[in-house]
Design a protein around this ligand. Structure first.
Ligand SMILES: NC(=O)c1ccc[n+]([C@@H]2O[C@H](COP(=O)([O-])OP(=O)(O)OC[C@H]3O[C@@H](n4cnc5c(N)ncnc54)[C@H](O)[C@@H]3O)[C@@H](O)[C@H]2O)c1
Ligand SMILES: *[C@@H]1O[C@H](CO)[C@@H](O)[C@H](O)[C@H]1NC(C)=O
Ligand SMILES: *[C@@H]1O[C@H](CO)[C@@H](O)[C@H](O)[C@H]1NC(C)=O
Ligand SMILES: CC(=O)N[C@H]1CO[C@H](CO)[C@@H](O)[C@@H]1O
Length: 350
C-alpha cells in the first residue's frame, strides 16, 4: 500500500514538474509598467507556483538595447519557473504560440498631437497585433490590453483576430477597481480585502463610473453594505467617484510619471483571476465584450462590467439593480466609447 502510494506520489510529482511551459507575451516590455510587472509574472504570482513560463518581450526597434538590460535582470533573478526569455521587435516571433498576451505598449500622446491622430496611430498598432494573434497565437490565447485607449485598442485587436473568440479579449480596469476598493477601505478603517464587489463601469477614463451600491464591507466580522459602513452618502456620490476617476492624473502630477507599480499589480490580479477564478460570491471589474444584452449597454463595445470567473471563463454578473443615478453614469461612459469606436472603425477600414 505504502509503495503504491509513494509510486503514485512520484507519478503525480513527475507529471506536475513536467508541466509544459506556457508562453506569455508582454508588449511595451522596455517600459515602466513592464519593469514592475515582469518579475511578478516570472516568479509565479500570476499563473501559479508550479507553472513554468517562457516570457516573450516585445518592444519597438529603438528599445531593443533597453530590452537587453531587462533580459539580463530577469536572468539575474535566478527564477526557477522562468525557462526562457525572448526579446524581440518582430510580431511573428512575439505572437507565436501564445497562451497569454499582455499588450501594454501603445502610442503615447505627444505634445500637440490631436486626439484623432493618436487614435489613428493606436488603431494601426492594434490592428497589426490583432492580425498577429490571428496568425501566430494559439486559439485559446487570453489577451489583456493595457495600453491606452485600452477599451478601444482591445476592440480593434479582437476585430483583427476573427478566429479567436471575443471572450478571450479583455482590457484592464482592475486598477480602477483596486483604487475604488482601497478608497472605501481607508474610509472605513479596514484592510482592502474587507471590501468586496465594487464595480467599475465603462471606459478606463475619467468618465468611468466607480459604483459601490452593491459593495460590502466586513466591519469587525460583520458584512454590511458599503453605504451603511461609510455613512456618508455625499462623499460616496461625490468626492469618492472623482477621486477614483482622476487618480491616474493625480499620480502623474505627484510622481511626474504615470502609475506603474499599481498598474502592474492590477495586471497580475486580472490575469490571476482569469486563470484561477474569482471567489464565490465575489465579482471583479474587467473590460469585456458587450454583446448587447447586459445592463442595457450597446453591443460591440469593450466595456467594463462586474464579472465572475470559473474554469478560465468570465461571465458578466447579471441582475444587479441599477438606480437612476447609476444609469445616467453608465450611459455617459458608454456613449463616449461608442463615439470612439466609430472613429476607430473608420480608420480600421481605411
Ligand atoms: N488600463 C490601465 O489601467 C492603465 C494604467 C496605467 C497605464 N496604462 C497605459 O499603459 C501603457 C504603458 O504605460 P507605461 O507607463 O509602461 O509606458 P512607457 O512609455 O514607460 O512604456 C511603453 C512601452 O511601449 C513600447 N511600445 C510603443 N509602441 C509599441 C508597439 N507598437 N509594440 C510594442 N511596444 C511598443 C514603448 O517603446 C515603451 O517601451 C500606456 O498606454 C498607459 O497609458 C493603462
Ligand atoms: C476612453 O478612455 C481612454 C483611456 O483613458 C482614453 O484615452 C480615451 O480618450 C477615452 N475615450 C474617450 C472617447 O474619451
Ligand atoms: C468546469 O470544468 C470542469 C471540467 O472541465 C467541469 O466538470 C465543470 O462542470 C465546469 N464548471 C463550470 C462552472 O462550468
Ligand atoms: C472566456 C475565455 O477565457 N475563453 C475561451 C477562449 O477560447 C477557448 C476556445 O478557443 C475557450 O475554451 C475559452 O473558454
Amino acid at each position: 500500500m505504502l509503495t503504491l502510494l509513494s509510486a503514485m506520489y512520484i507519478v503525480v510529482r513527475a507529471a506536475s514538474s513536467e508541466a509544459d511551459p506556457i508562453r506569455v507575451l508582454v508588449t511595451g516590455a522596455a517600459g515602466q509598467i513592464a519593469y514592475s510587472l515582469l518579475y511578478s509574472i516570472a516568479k509565479g504570482d500570476v499563473f501559479g507556483k508550479d507553472q513554468p513560463i517562457i516570457l516573450v518581450l516585445l518592444d519597438i526597434p529603438p528599445m531593443l538595447p533597453v530590452l537587453d538590460g531587462v533580459v539580463m535582470e530577469l536572468q539575474d533573478c535566478a527564477l526557477p519557473l522562468l525557462r526562457e526569455v525572448i526579446p524581440t521587435d518582430k510580431v511573428e516571433v512575439g505572437f507565436k504560440d501564445l497562451d497569454a498576451a499582455i499588450l501594454v505598449g501603445s502610442m503615447p500622446r505627444k505634445e500637440g498631437m490631436e486626439r484623432k491622430d493618436l487614435l489613428k496611430a493606436n488603431v494601426a498598432i492594434f490592428k497589426t497585433q490583432g492580425a498577429a494573434l490571428e496568425k501566430y497565437a494559439k486559439k485559446t490565447v487570453r489577451v489583456l490590453v493595457v495600453g491606452n485607449p485600452a477599451n478601444t485598442n482591445c476592440l480593434i485587436a479582437s476585430k483583427s483576430a476573427p478566429s479567436i473568440p471575443k471572450e478571450n479579449f479583455s482590457c484592464l480596469t482592475r486598477l480602477d477597481h483596486n483604487r475604488a476598493r482601497s478608497q472605501v477601505a481607508m474610509r472605513c478603517g479596514v484592510p482592502a480585502d474587507a471590501v468586496k464587489n465594487v464595480i467599475i463601469w465603462g471606459n478606463h477614463s475619467s468618465t468611468q463610473y466607480p459604483d459601490v451600491h452593491h459593495a460590502m464591507v466586513n466591519v469587525h466580522g460583520k458584512e454590511v453594505k458599503a453605504y451603511d459602513a461609510v455613512k456618508d452618502d455625499s462623499w460616496l456620490k461625490g468626492d469618492f467617484i472623482s477621486t477614483v476617476q482622476l487618480r491616474g492624473a493625480a499620480v502623474i502630477k505627484a510622481r511626474k510619471l504615470s502609475s506603474a507599480m499599481s498598474a502592474a499589480k492590477a495586471i497580475c490580479d486580472h490575469m490571476r483571476d482569469w486563470w484561477f477564478g474569482t471567489l464565490d460570491g465575489e465579482f471583479m471589474s474587467m473590460g469585456v465584450y458587450a454583446g448587447g444584452n447586459s445592463y442595457g449597454i450597446p453591443e460591440d463595445l469593450i466595456y467594463s462590467f462586474p464579472v465572475h470567473i470559473k474554469n478560465k471563463s468570465w461571465n458578466i454578473h447579471d441582475g444587479l439593480t441599477v438606480n437612476d443615478f447609476s444609469r445616467a453614469k453608465m450611459d455617459a461612459t458608454a456613449a463616449e466609447l461608442v463615439e470612439e469606436r466609430d472613429t476607430a472603425l473608420s480608420f480600421l477600414s481605411q
